[in-house]
Each structure stands twice: as structure tokens, then as C-alpha cells.
Design a protein around this ligand. Structure first.
Ligand SMILES: Cc1cc2nc3c(=O)[nH]c(=O)nc-3n(C[C@H](O)[C@H](O)[C@H](O)COP(=O)(O)O)c2cc1C
Length: 187
């Protein structure tokens, strides 16, 4: 059994749902999983207890959220040493246009270079657009972006684009790595 720490950042809550889905999939394989919002800052003991770490963040203005960025940079040595993985949740990943997926990959590449953490496993996951929860200006702005990307523009409703089977497949890929990896001490 491996102890896995999943840390996520979120603004509107969708990345937390992805983190929970991942946790359930990993737990189903017998791993012990803790899921935490990175804003609550894990204790040194929690970090030391982790055999593996998975970080996740949504994309806002072409960047991952600052809290996850700061954590990844601060703990890059540990992250590069342990089995680790990263999931990026974005609107652009929901696009049907391949050129938009290239944008999503570029944002992840920037994150890796800027933090110095190079996760061996990365998932780019389509997020959600909860129009009804946005303040008016944000709603208009996001509608404009979505229209440019060929996406949904009905601001009277919310959209969720996540392919949950893909999230499960990502969890399965992580499990295969964990099962094959020698157990490393994080201290
Ligand atoms: C103000 C704002 C800016 C955003 N900027 C981007 C962006 O640059 N690229 C992108 O792919 N998605 C962008 N999105 C979409 C979010 O990545 C998407 O809604 C994601 O699911 C949010 O996750 P969360 O609910 O965990 O915060 C943006 C959304 C908002 C509201």
C-alpha cells in the first residue's frame, strides 16, 4: 500500500471534484489517499508520510494558480524524487480544436520550467464553465473567449466538460507507476 497525497488549488471548485475522483480511483486500488486544498498547507509530517504526490490546478489567464505554483517550486526537490504526477484543468482542454490543446500543453510546460518540477505523468483535463456563478464582467469575458474557441456561449447555464473516464485512466496509469516504483522515504 502506498500513501498518496493529492494537493489541489481551485477557485470555483471543479479541480477539487477532479481531485476527489482521482482519490476514489486510487483508493479502489488499495492505496491510502489524502486529498487537501493546497491553501491549507500540509504539515511537514504529512509531507514526510507521503510515498507519492499528485498536484492539480486549474488554468486562469494562461497560468496555473499561484498557490500550487508556490508549493511546487518550494518542494520541487521532494516532488522530483518521489513518484509524482500533475493534472491541469482548463477551459481550453475542452475545445474540439487541436491547436487549443497545444496551448494547454504549453501552459503545463511553462509551469514545469518555472517551478523546476518535472512530473513524469501529466493529465490535461477539460474543466467546467459555471457561467451562472461568475460576476457579470467575468461572464461576458469568458463568453467572448469561449466564442473564439468555438465553445458554448449560453451564459444562462453551467457547463462541465470533464471526461471522467479519462480521469480514471490517469489514476490507473499512476497506480501502475506506484505499483512498479521502489518505496522511497520522503525525509
Ligand atoms: C477569469 C477566468 C479566466 C480563465 N482563464 C483561462 C485560461 O487562460 N485558459 C483556460 O484554458 N481556461 C481558463 N479559464 C477556465 C478555467 O480553467 C476552468 O473554468 C476551470 O475548470 C476552473 O477550475 P476551478 O473550478 O477548479 O477553479 C478561466 C476561467 C475564468 C473564470
Amino acid at each position: 500500500m502506498t500513501t498518496v497525497l493529492i494537493l489541489y488549488a481551485t477557485t470555483y471548485g471543479h479541480t477539487a471534484k477532479v481531485a476527489q475522483h482521482l482519490a476514489q480511483a486510487l483508493a479502489a486500488h488499495g492505496h491510502q489517499v489524502t486529498v487537501r486544498d493546497v491553501m491549507t498547507i500540509p504539515s511537514p509530517a504529512e509531507l514526510a508520510a507521503a510515498d507519492a504526490m499528485i498536484l492539480g490546478s486549474p488554468v486562469y489567464q494562461n497560468r496555473h494558480l499561484r498557490a500550487i505554483h508556490v508549493f511546487a517550486r518550494q518542494h520541487r526537490k521532494l516532488l522530483n524524487r518521489l513518484p509524482s504526477a500533475f493534472f491541469s484543468v482548463s477551459g481550453v482542454a475542452a475545445s474540439s480544436r487541436p491547436e487549443n490543446h497545444a496551448v494547454a500543453r504549453k501552459v503545463v510546460a511553462h509551469f514545469c520550467v518555472a517551478t523546476g518540477w518535472y512530473p513524469p505523468q501529466v493529465a490535461i483535463i477539460a474543466g467546467a464553465i459555471p457561467y451562472t456563478r461568475y460576476p457579470p464582467f467575468t461572464r461576458l469575458l469568458i463568453r467572448w473567449f469561449r466564442a473564439r474557441q468555438g465553445g458554448d456561449t449560453d451564459t444562462r447555464r453551467d457547463y462541465a466538460y470533464t471526461d471522467w473516464a479519462l480521469v480514471t485512466a490517469f489514476a490507473d496509469a499512476v497506480v501502475r507507476t506506484l505499483d512498479a516504483a521502489p518505496r522511497l522515504s520522503s525525509s
